[in-house]
Design a protein around this ligand. Structure first.
Ligand SMILES: [Zn+2]
Length: 90
C-alpha cells in the first residue's frame, strides 16, 4: 500500500466522520441569553457569542427547554425551518 493511498483513506474517513457529526450533533442552535433557537445556517448564529450557543438535536428539543423559534430563519407557529428561497450567489 502506497503512502498516498493511506493518506487518501484517512482523508475520506475524516471527511465522512465530520459530515456525520455535523449533521447529527445539532439541528438547531439556541441562544442561552435570548432563549431563541435558530437553524445552524441562520445569520444570527454567526453573530451569537460562542458562550451563548446551545446545540439542540431538534426543534422539539429546543422548545421543550423553553426556547422560541427565531423569526428570521424559522416559522413562528410551527417552529420548523422556513422554506427559504435558494441562496443567491455572491
Ligand atoms: Zn435565526
Amino acid at each position: 500500500m502506497s503512502r498516498l493511498c493511506k493518506w487518501m483513506c484517512a482523508l475520506i474517513v475524516v471527511t465522512f466522520v465530520a459530515a456525520q457529526f455535523g449533521c447529527a450533533s445539532s439541528q438547531v442552535i439556541g441562544n442561552k441569553s435570548s432563549k431563541v433557537y435558530h437553524t445552524r445556517d441562520c445569520k444570527c448564529v454567526g453573530k451569537m457569542k460562542e458562550e451563548n450557543k446551545v446545540p439542540f438535536a431538534s426543534t422539539d428539543a429546543a422548545r421543550k427547554e423553553g426556547y422560541r423559534p427565531c423569526k428570521v430563519c424559522l416559522d413562528e407557529k410551527t417552529g420548523a425551518k422556513k422554506a427559504t428561497e435558494p441562496k443567491k450567489a455572491k
